[in-house]
Structure formats: structure tokens, C-alpha cells
Design a protein around this ligand. Structure first.
Ligand SMILES: [Zn+2]
Length: 392
């Protein structure tokens, strides 16, 4: 994305359990790609706001209450003894890249194919069954991990060999994996970019929740810039995407962006199931607001960015109508199958949500986050619209 390489004397690193280096290339690949995506965007973003361009992506440091197979990610800061900010550390559970990779192979590749969506809609296919298959593979792998004194290498091998996954399957999941991990990585880096980690003290809970929403909105905007705004206008690129011209390439990228963003919502539900003894849920945890609220806020912002920056000459109406139809169909299936609950929908219009949104707007003002001025305007208009809906 950078026009020219960032000039810095800082160092960054990726910390992996040694056992992983004895695996096959396709087994190690998800770890490398996930870390690369975080560092690629992260170094450039930190440079822009004069923060130390030093990031450690650590797959080995688990918090005491965390398990290696949990779907979560976090970012903290590194300070010197005298308190100077030295850099940042993104902590990822040991097994996370494999879980995302398996999720794509077992659930997402099938579900997000439009032809299959119709079968899911007509209840010929069951999303819950494919998610159960994912959990079955993970459970086998976790048992192997525990039986072999927490050997991550053996657990990864067990997971891939259970589903018969090999080198030739990598192509089918590469793109989706790349996009999903970019979305997750962007969010973590956005916390640092916003200055949330530069303060000594952690703010009150409502501030942390507000920062989650701000990090989400910034993350989706970076994703829009990378995947849509920077769509190359070259024959080589059109060839790679399998399209004839720029307009088609743009539509293809909008489709991919929407798809991976909805895939993240589904992954959030699966993460909820890990916390709630198998029940898929988008309910937030700790300072994290509800998953549906987070998704819809990002979707509205993304939709506004796309439609206010591209005319219908470039975004072919027929393709865009199809993308919208596909998006709506996915939401309908998620609603009808209980992945999105009435409680999730009610969260969109409750007083607590309004307070978090109001606090997010105030933070942009208080911290003088000028580049987020348009996000502030977006949040204000979203809030006004939702409040009007509640009253009427
Ligand atoms: Zn976060």
C-alpha cells in the first residue's frame, strides 16, 4: 500500500513455537501470512502518527485465563523501565491461524458460494452441521495437544490430516484467509494508531467500548482503501482477477470485501460459541460491544465510502444489485438459523449502545483525532437515525 518504503531504525519480530518450523509449508503458511498482514499495515500506520514502528507478533504468550484454541486477538504496548513507549505487541493464541484456516476450508468456502447459499436458504444444507464438523476436527486436535504435553506441532498435524488437507488445497483458502486476517489485524493496529495504548492508564469501561467501535471503523476504512480504492488499473491485475476491465475488477473487489466482512461476523459467532459452551452468539464480552452492532456500523461506513466515491459508470448496477442481494440473503440465513438473535437486533437501539456511540464521538473531539472527523460525522448521523427510529 505504501508509495515508498517506511524509513525507520526500529525492529519488529514474529515469535512462534519452535515446533511449528518442523511442519509442512502449508501448515506453517497461515502463521506467516497472518503476521505479515499485521506488520505490513502496522508499520506504515504507526509511522504516519509518529509512534514507534516496532511490533512483535507473538503466538506464544497466552494470558492465564486463555486457551490456545480460542478465537481472539489483543494488542498491548511495550515500555522501557523509565516508561518510554518502545513499541507494540500483538498477542495471538497459538492455534488461531489454524482455526481460521480450517473454518474457511470446512465452513466458509462452501457457505459463501452463491449457488450453495440458495441450498442453505432452502434448508437443504445446514450451517450448524458444517460448524459442528469444524468443532469435531478442533476437538480431535485439542485432545492430541493435551495428550502430547501441549505439543502445538502435533496438534496442527492432527487437524490437517483429519480433513485430508494437503498442499494442493492451499489455493482454495488463500484469498479468504488473507482478507479475514487483514480485517482482524487492521483492528488491532487501529487501537495503537488511535493513541489508546499511548496513555499510561486504561480508561473507564465505556471508553474501552467506544475505542472498540472506533478501531472497527478505522479498520474497515483501511480495508476499503487497500481492497477497493487501490484497485490497480493494469491488464496484469485484470488477468489475475479473471475480469475484462477496471469496472469489473472494482465490482469483484466489492464482492470480496463484503464476503470476507460477513465471514468475520460468522467467525465472531463461532468465537461466542467457544465462550458460551457451544451456543453461537454475537453477544459482546467484557468491553467488546455486540458483534451485530459492530458489523452493521462497519457495513454502513463501508457502504457509504463505496457509494459516495464511485459513480454508477464505474460500479455496474447489475453487479452491485447482485452483491446487495447476496449480502441480504446471507443476513436472512443467519437470522433464520438463530446466528443473529432478537437480542442482538435489540442491542442496536438500546440506551447503553447510544451511550457508547456518544462517547466515541466525544473521544474523537477530546483527543483531537482530526483524520477521524468524517467517522465522527458518520457516527452522529447513525445515532440520530437510530434514535428517531426508537421514538417513532
Ligand atoms: Zn479491539
Amino acid at each position: 500500500m505504501a508509495l515508498k518504503p517506511v524509513d525507520t531504525f526500529c525492529n519488529s519480530s514474529i515469535k512462534l513455537p519452535s515446533s511449528l518450523f518442523t511442519l509442512h509449508k502449508y501448515e506453517l503458511f497461515p502463521y506467516e501470512r497472518f503476521a505479515y498482514n499485521i506488520l505490513h499495515l502496522g508499520i506504515e500506520a504507526l509511522n504516519k502518527v509518529d509512534l514507534p514502528e516496532s511490533i512483535t507478533v507473538d503466538y506464544t504468550k497466552l494470558s492465564l485465563d486463555s486457551d490456545p484454541w480460542l478465537i481472539n486477538a489483543s494488542i498491548t504496548n511495550n515500555r522501557s523501565r523509565s516508561g518510554d513507549l518502545l513499541g507494540f505487541e500483538v498477542n495471538l493464541p497459538e492455534f488461531l491461524p489454524v482455526i481460521i484456516h480450517l473454518y474457511i476450508h470446512i465452513v466458509a468456502n462452501q457457505f459463501f458460494d452463491y449457488k450453495n447459499l440458495i441450498s442453505y436458504n432452502q434448508k437443504e444444507e445446514s450451517l450448524k452441521t458444517s460448524i459442528q464438523s469444524l468443532f469435531d476436527v478442533l476437538n480431535k486436535s485439542v485432545q492430541c495437544y493435551k495428550k502430547n504435553t501441549n505439543s502445538i506441532g502435533l496438534a496442527v498435524r492432527e487437524a490437517y490430516s483429519t480433513i485430508g488437507y494437503g498442499f494442493n488445497d492451499l489455493n482454495d483458502s488463500y484469498n479468504h484467509f488473507d482478507l479475514l486476517t487483514k480485517l482482524i489485524g487492521n483492528h488491532e493496529i487501529a487501537h495503537a494508531y488511535l493513541g489508546q495504548l499511548s496513555d499510561w492508564k486504561r480508561g473507564p469501561e465505556i471508553d474501552c467500548s467506544a475505542y472498540e467501535l472506533l478501531a472497527d471503523l478505522l479498520a474497515i476504512e483501511w480495508f476499503y482503501i487497500h481492497m477497493i480504492k487501490n484497485t490497480p488499473q493494469t491488464p496484469e491485475y485484470f488477468n489475475m482477477r479473471g475480469v475484462k476491465n477496471f469496472s469489473e475488477a472494482l465490482c469483484r473487489n466489492v464482492d470480496l470485501v463484503f464476503e470476507s466482512h460477513q465471514s468475520l461476523l460468522l467467525l465472531m459467532g463461532i468465537a461466542g460459541a467457544q465462550r458460551m459452551r457451544g451456543k453461537i452468539t454475537l453477544q459482546g464480552s467484557g468491553v467488546h460491544p455486540n458483534g451485530l452492532l459492530r458489523h452493521l456500523l462497519q457495513h454502513c461506513h463501508l457502504y457509504t465510502l463505496i457509494h459516495s466515491n464511485y459513480s454508477s459508470d464505474l460500479l455496474d448496477e447489475k453487479s452491485i444489485n447482485f452483491i446487495d442481494k447476496k449480502y441480504d440473503l446471507i443476513m436472512k440465513i443467519l437470522l433464520e438459523n438463530g446466528f443473529i438473535s432478537t437480542q442482538d437486533v435489540n442491542t442496536l437501539i438500546n440506551g447503553e449502545t447510544y451511550q457508547i456511540l456518544e462517547r466515541a464521538i466525544q473521544i474523537i473531539e477530546e483527543k483531537k483525532l482530526q483524520p477521524l472527523k468524517h467517522i465522527q460525522m458518520f457516527l452522529q448521523s447513525y445515532l440520530d437515525t437510530m434514535k428517531k427510529k426508537t421514538i417513532s
